[in-house]
Design a protein around this ligand. Structure first.
Ligand code: 0X9
Ligand code: ZN
Length: 311
């Protein structure tokens, strides 16, 4: 399967998910996790055999486009949906994954920001990163600084509304953050978190990152054992070996607090990663989509496979 030849608008993304469900109803189911600040649906696909049933299978969650302008990331998520659905029944590796996992993909978790960014006369967008929620001085919360594990503790986020890394008034003060976090919490069944792997897809620094971002320490008593750190590092390095990105702990890039992956690991104990895709800018030409997306196809499949590792 080929990736898209132009970037999906929010409406086109919705139409794409609907057509995948129509074509593959036995393995694809759409869900609305909640609404954005401006009232748009934050949607995803569940892909699995017996998709209407919550089977006892390890689960994975991939989210994309939390930063509005990082346009390639939604294409990577949609391409992954295409790989899984089109390969089902013909590619044995993909068939096995779909049969043995419950895979959740949310291609545009910041729809207001995405629509605003795309409302532009130029092929590039408005260079918008945050959501579109007004704050005391300006517009927008950086959703990747608004999650509730050590929120605002340690640096790399700002209390100033106009900042690109504005952390919001409190953890989960942005509706989109709450929708994502509520979805993750909803996967706790019988007291056990079913999600075993989480991936947040960004661009464009060509990185494979793992927690924590809030501290330079590799290990944290009670929160990241040396075994857990080694598991993240081993998986992260293997994935980077397939897409050619640089693997490192998040804080090796720079200190950040309130990020998605610090929360999904720190609060929920889901093995968590952030990718920064390539492309050389937030707006690679549409002709580059297929080449860039192809680089990480193998990494996404391997990460899904890791969901049933006996860590
Ligand atoms: O600063 C960010 O949010 C990410 N870079 S981006 O250019 N896409 O904005 C990097 C976040 C790295 N830290 C963690 N993932 N914890
Ligand atoms: Zn980003």
């Amino acid at each position: 399967a080929q990736a898209a030849t132009s970037y999906h608008t929010y409406a086109e993304m919705q139409a794409e998910l609907n057509s995948v469900v129509a074509a593959y109803p036995q393995i694809a189911q759409k869900f609305v996790a909640g609404k954005s600040y401006q009232g748009r649906d934050i949607v995803g696909l569940k892909i699995s055999d017996n998709v209407a049933t919550d089977e006892n299978e390890p689960e994975v969650l991939y989210i994309a486009n939390i930063h509005a302008r990082e346009r390639l990331t939604a294409e990577q998520a949609l391409d992954y949906i295409g790989q899984l659905t089109q390969g089902y029944g013909s590619n044995s590796r993909i068939t096995d994954l779909v049969n043995s996992r419950e895979i959740y993909v949310m291609p545009m978790v910041n729809p207001d920001g995405q629509v605003y960014d795309m409302t532009s006369d130029t092929q590039a967008g408005r260079n918008w990163r945050k959501n579109r929620q007004p704050n005391s001085t300006s517009t927008g919360t950086d959703l990747n600084r608004n999650f509730g594990y050590r929120w605002g503790c340690c640096g790399g986020s700002s209390g100033t509304g106009s900042s690109e890394t504005y952390r919001g008034t409190a953890a989960e003060s942005a509706p989109e953050t709450k929708v994502i976090a509520n979805f993750v919490r909803s996967r706790v069944v019988g007291g056990k978190q079913q999600l075993k792997i989480f991936l947040d897809i960004h661009s464009e620094a060509e990185l494979v990152l793992w927690p924590f971002g809030y501290t330079y320490s590799d290990t944290v008593a009670g929160a990241m054992s040396s075994d857990e750190e080694a598991t993240h590092r081993t998986i992260g390095r293997e994935l980077a070996g397939t897409n050619g990105f640089t693997p490192e702990q998040s804080s090796d890039l720079y200190i950040t607090d309130g990020t998605t992956d610090d929360w999904t690991w720190g609060n929920q104990r889901i093995f968590s990663f952030t990718f920064e895709l390539g492309g050389g800018s937030f707006y690679p030409p549409p002709s580059a989509i297929d080449t860039q997306v192809a680089r990480s196809r193998e990494a996404l499949l391997r990460l899904t496979a890791y969901a049933d590792c006996p860590y």
